[in-house]
Ligand binder design. Sequence first.
Ligand SMILES: O=C(O)c1cc(=O)[nH]c(=O)n1[C@@H]1O[C@H](COP(=O)(O)O)[C@@H](O)[C@H]1O
Length: 242
Amino acid sequence: MSGFRERIRRAAAKGGPIVLAADYDSGSGAVSRATRHVEALHPHICAIKLNLHLLLPLGRSEISEITRAARRRGLLAIADIKLNDIGNTNRAAAGALWGAGFDAVIANPIMGKEELKELISGAHRRGKGVIALCHMSSPGAAASYEMGAGGGKKFYEVFMDWALEAGADGVVAGATFPETIRYCSRRAGGKLDVYSPGIGAQGGSMREAISAGAAYPIVGRTIIGARNPAAAAQRLAEDTQS
Ligand SMILES: O=C(O)c1cc(=O)[nH]c(=O)n1[C@@H]1O[C@H](COP(=O)(O)O)[C@@H](O)[C@H]1O
């Protein structure tokens, strides 16, 4: 099996670079909503991302039903649990996610560089991927991610260094801070990909994010809350090309 970066690149070559955030408000009906969205949206997306709040009420067989539906349509499945713990706990959580059919996990580098490295090497041994937070899209994120981390660097710059050193497959940089996307993309020099949430509902612009270097825009409400999600996804996919 090829690595996660290669698999998502291939999926994006078919469906375009958008990662769908399947952020339904409650777990009830999540399996049927997610599988319906996979069927309707797979021509316009490359992956589906499931957040912790969606996973919590579901059992492993229900989660696997969603990841299998995604795989059948050539999409990847990303678990967004912003994993952030000691090595032993990370290992157990990652093992459960891989067992449920996920291709990658989003992790929080504040856990430490060595812990991040260990998580990534374990994931890569199984052909899975790790995407590390670098700078978030939320309005308050600047106060923490841009705080001085010592050595003349800000936290997001340190997290970017760690992501590269640890061999992460990607980093998250919010579309509401396009300059941060530009920084991450330049600093990455093609060694990892920038994933960018915050487009639409949070005020970020698809075109700006893409021109700043986002490889994989993450979009939730603008698609799943639309009257016609496929048409909304298609419009956004067109914006990734201009
Ligand atoms: O890690 C993420 O995916 C993430 C990081 C971040 O900084 N901001 C952010 O919005 N997200 C996620 O991206 C999605 C954005 O959803 P919408 O704002 O509805 O498009 C949600 O699933 C968030 O949990």
